[in-house]
Design a protein around this ligand. Sequence first.
Ligand SMILES: [Zn+2]
Length: 120
Amino acid sequence: MLNLHRPNLVKIKNILLRQQKQVAEQLKSIEKEDPVTASNLVPEASESGTESWLAEAHGKFTTLKKDLISLSGGITKSLAKLKRGTYGKCEKCGKEIEAARLEAMPTANFCLACSKKSPK
Ligand SMILES: [Zn+2]
């Protein structure tokens, strides 16, 4: 059966690989920019309060890092699905995810209808 709405898997794979590289680079730069991991400074519950900016900055970088790691996990998962040939199927209803949606968000696990019903 010819499916005109089939997503362009080669294109999507390239997007995913590019994203994966970007995420890896961002993670590396976060390690460098985070004052804690960059200089091994340990934020302490200090008396002076001078370390509180450090803890705050570290907190921001930690949140950012978590987001990137979860994005990276999604990319890896999508790439594995591409390999298995199960890519593009909604994890909830099993229908094909809209091609345009996949091109805009290659790590999407659900079709538009399902993601509207329950975000994430
Ligand atoms: Zn669905």
